[in-house]
Design a binder for this molecule. Sequence first.
Ligand code: FES
Length: 155
Amino acid sequence: MEDSPTDGGRRSFLSWFLGTSTGALVLSVFYPILRFVSPPHVPEASTSQVEAGSTHDPELLEKGFKIVRFGAEPVILVRVSETEFRAFAATCTHLDCIVEYRPGDGQIWCNCHNGVYDLNGRNVAGPPPRPLEAYEVHVVSKGAGQPGALVVSRT
Ligand code: FES
């Protein structure tokens, strides 16, 4: 049986259609995978200091600590006493869990594998291999009768 001229046209249209559909399907599947595997480089803004609330911050008063953002980094701000505050990188040096402060023990604790740091950021128990990076905390006066602002900066 011979092909009529319209069969050839249909066939070439079908070939073109299937070819482009398959190409589009392959592209729609692999493009996101490629973008995930190799994301575009986005330069991170460097942060030199952040304002992390006030000395009377309810979270600090209640829990004794809070996690603040320092650029892309989580930082744990600890209220050691009414007038003393300390800050450290909040990412555990073991496997990157976020640490917390236990005011009763006076320790920074990682609940993932029971890692413990002292209030100088030194790793004192559990699996963490290195100390937490320390940050400086400055109390900036906001005027008479006003609670001071807590400013966290790199050491
Ligand atoms: S991730 Fe913190 S102790 Fe393992």
